[in-house]
Design a protein around this ligand. Structure first.
Ligand code: AHM
Ligand code: MG
Length: 338
């Protein structure tokens, strides 16, 4: 079988005008950083990368050693190539400016370097999530405001899943495509062509230990699924929760279903748990490009106007018809006063 590499795939996307030469290079550099992160994740205890870093990030979360390593790999790989105006990371409070000795380009890169980091020490899948925006025209020195663009302006989004194999899942606005890392060759090979979210599903993903904190529409929706063949859905469902959004979303892209991290009593003051700009937006673009839907429960995630770099949002994404039911339950709850 003819093997198509990520490089060849991207050159063909460039010929069809889905990516510019600069965006193609940017994605190649992200892919190179992902390979380096994958090596570190795979070595685990042998490389001494497990455990706490002894520091915390801007969100007040304890950083794992691999959070710090993955963040440094991405920042260093991307700062010198000349295609970026600035970067932003879950692990950095402010934006990351391109050092003055390197040329600047027209794109902004945002990432969660190591998502699902509570899984690192137990050897369960983790990932990297990234989003690419255009730097607003005539920007001389990008600042935080340059990044505050709705997700519907993303020019590319993707994630790497460090599982039994390392996968890179990518959209440049022309469907969703997946590449598997061939470790011997050191290249990503095109293995998942035009991924579509299956519409029929019997799976859902939510951290049920938070059930007592959920709002009424989420409780109603999950309760109906849990009543299975005896309830209004007249069918039995399975629940899956990896606690790594990348792994959970990848399962949804493969087998359908719905992923929810709702706003609840504990995270209400922060707006939710997951971050809009480098978790929810890129995943929403991927899911929509694969024919699914992504909502806060009240509307499309990609239409939100961000107010802060590290803003959090409720996230409900996956098979379109399921997301529509969840939105309908939110509308009905709002109409009846909560
Ligand atoms: P992180 O970016 O700090 O790793 O947090 C995000 C992760 C998601 O990957 C996952 O869906 C969620 O947090 C799990 O949360 P919980 O531990 O509350 O189930
Ligand atoms: Mg994360």
């Amino acid at each position: 079988m003819k093997r198509i590499t990520l490089t060849q795939f991207l050159i063909e996307q460039q010929r069809k005008a889905y990516v510019t030469a600069d965006l193609r290079l940017l994605i190649e550099v992200v892919a190179r950083a992902v390979k380096a992160i994958s090596c570190n994740v795979a070595k685990g205890a042998l490389a001494g990368v497990l455990g706490e870093a002894g520091s915390s990030n801007v969100q007040g979360e304890a950083q794992k050693k691999l959070d710090v390593i993955a963040n440094e790999i991405l920042l260093q790989a991307n700062e010198w190539g000349g295609h970026l105006a600035a970067m932003a990371s879950e692990e950095e409070e402010g934006i990351w400016k391109i050092p003055s000795d390197y040329p600047k380009g027209g794109y902004l890169l945002l990432f969660d370097p190591l998502d699902g980091s509570s899984n690192i020490d137990v050897n369960i899948s983790v990932g990297t999530i990234f989003s690419v925006l255009r730097c607003p025209r005539n920007t001389i020195e990008p600042n935080e405001a340059s990044f505050l663009q709705p997700g519907n302006t993303q020019v590319a989004a993707g994630y790497a899943l460090y599982g039994p194999s390392t996968l890179l899942i990518l959209t440049v606005g022309n469907g969703v495509h997946g590449f598997t890392l061939d470790r011997e060759m050191g290249s990503f090979i095109y293995t998942h062509v035009d991924i579509r979210v299956p519409e029929q599903t019997n799976e859902y993903a939510i951290n049920s230990s938070n059930a007592r904190h959920w709002e009424r529409p989420v409780r109603r929706y999950v309760d109906e699924l849990q009543r299975g063949s005896l309830g209004p859905r007249a069918k039995d469902y399975n629940m899956r929760w990896v606690a790594s959004m990348v792994a959970d979303v990848h399962r949804i892209l493969t087998r359908g279903g719905v992923f929810m991290y709702p706003v609840d009593e504990r995270n209400r003051s922060q707006g939710g748990k997951l971050r809009l700009m480098y978790e929810a937006n890129p995943m929403a673009m991927l899911v929509e490009q694969a024919g699914g839907a992504a909502s806060t429960g009240h509307g499309r995630i990609l239409d939100l106007q961000p107010e802060r770099l590290h803003q959090r949002v409720p996230v409900m994404l996956g098979s379109r018809s399921e997301v529509e039911i969840i939105e309908a339950y939110h509308r009905e709850a709002a109409a009846s006063g909560g």
